[in-house]
Design a protein around this ligand. Structure first.
Ligand code: ADE
Ligand code: ZN
Ligand code: ZN
Length: 260
């Protein structure tokens, strides 16, 4: 096959920019968060959500925000997947991004779901986004540093393959573990009622600060170019599972507050 010179450049550009940037917990991570939330909804919230989502589960809709990414029409939602602010500052101490961020995105979704004037379409759309963004909030590197795009620019090796620190945390570890989202949801840590309530305490901003603290640890966990594998999994997968569980419990809390 023969490519024109221009086409070769375009292909190279796409592979350097497009594929190098990874955004989210992979599909499995998001579905785990949705599935765990589903198990902690009040009866009333469950009924209201089932009506709005026309029977689709939270796991099912959790990946919608990624599915619309390739459509230019939804470009304005890209910055809603993450938030970057200096590690020695609290959110809001520096001016929030004018193009929006994870915190502003979650606020907007909640506002629309509470707005009696909002259309059913808008509510459905923003509910699907909210399910996704509460998940993203719990991937520590979605509250990472702007300079390296939350670890996307930190190249590492994952077993034999090229990867980056962000992708290791979004999906490489979860995929390597090899459980489906239902298996991961069922095999979550057994928590007491008090432990669950403690996790559900606080505000979105508190949870963002918690993720940023974890992000600082994640940045310490690997060096540029390092080959990561079994030992890295062993040291870090507990944090991944804990974050997915917290994401699910807190999503349930947010949804129970709105729909319960
Ligand atoms: N994904 C893409 N850009 C990002 C950033 N700046 N921070 C976190 N995740 C990202
Ligand atoms: Zn996302
Ligand atoms: Zn990501």
């Amino acid at each position: 096959m023969k490519f024109k010179k221009g086409a070769v450049w375009i292909i190279m550009l796409i592979s350097v920019t497009g594929f190098a940037l990874d955004y989210d917990w992979g599909k499995t991570g998001h579905r785990v968060t949705g599935q765990i939330a589903e198990a902690h909804l009040s009866g009333k919230a469950k009924r209201n959500l089932a009506a709005l989502l026309e029977g689709q589960s939270l796991a099912m809709v959790s990946t919608f925000a990624d599915e619309i990414k390739s459509d230019k029409k939804y470009k304005k939602y890209h910055p809603w997947h993450y938030v970057n602010f200096p590690f020695d500052k609290k959110y809001g101490e520096t001016s929030p991004s004018a193009s929006g961020d994870l915190v502003q995105g979650i606020d907007k979704c909640i506002a629309i779901l509470k707005d009696e004037q909002a259309s059913t379409y808008d509510k459905q759309f923003h509910l699907k986004l909210l399910v996704h963004f509460i998940g993203d909030l719990h991937q520590p590197l979605h509250v990472g540093r702007a300079e390296d795009k939350g670890g996307n620019d930190i190249q590492v090796r994952w077993f034999k393959d090229g990867s980056n620190l962000h992708r290791v945390w979004d999906s490489d570890m979860i995929d390597h573990y090899g459980m489906s989202y239902t298996e991961l949801s069922l095999n979550r840590a057994a928590l007491t009622k008090t432990e669950i309530e403690d996790i559900q305490k606080g505000s979105v901003i508190d949870w963002v600060h918690e993720s940023q603290n974890l992000a600082a640890q994640v940045y310490q966990s690997a060096a540029i170019g390092e080959k990561l594998g079994y030992a890295y999994m062993y040291r870090n997968f507990t944090m991944v599972r804990t974050q997915l569980q917290k994401g699910g419990l807190r999503l349930a809390k947010v949804l129970n507050d709105i729909f319960g």
